[in-house]
Design a protein around this ligand. Structure first.
Ligand SMILES: [Zn+2]
Length: 127
């Protein structure tokens, strides 16, 4: 995946603003593996320091507005904030992920040095 530094800055900046809650957002674009826009979503999880949940209406609205622009979601980005939690996907992350999208995790175990990793989820495995 090719990602402009300014976009990466937006993703990490969002995660840091939301800390200690998990952030959730979407990188979108017209070309696979070449995101050109970041969209912040609301985390509506009941335990937002440990999990994220997307408002389905907000998601549908974003998906439709992207389709209108000839663009589409490419990467689901979320942060891990809990002490001891790394930038590795949890079992729930893998189980609930749409495998047609990439997964980016912003590990904020130490918010001073964000650990950003991108995964492709295939056959229930993160690679
Ligand atoms: Zn996670």
């Amino acid at each position: 995946m090719i990602l402009a530094a300014s976009l990466l800055g937006q993703v990490v900046g969002h995660a840091l603003r939301k800390w200690p809650l998990e952030s959730i957002g979407i990188l979108s674009g017209r070309v696979p593996d070449r995101p050109n826009q970041y969209h912040e979503l609301s985390n509506i999880s009941a335990s937002p320091t440990a999990r994220f949940a997307v408002d389905p209406n907000q998601q549908i609205e974003l998906w439709c507005s992207l389709a209108d622009q000839g663009s589409r979601p490419l990467v689901v980005c979320h942060s891990h904030c809990r002490t001891g939690s790394t930038a590795e996907p949890s079992t729930t992350d893998v189980d609930e992920h749409d495998p047609s999208l990439l997964m980016m995790i912003i590990g904020l175990q130490d918010p001073m040095t964000p650990d950003v990793r991108v995964y492709r989820i295939a056959d229930g495995q993160a690679v």
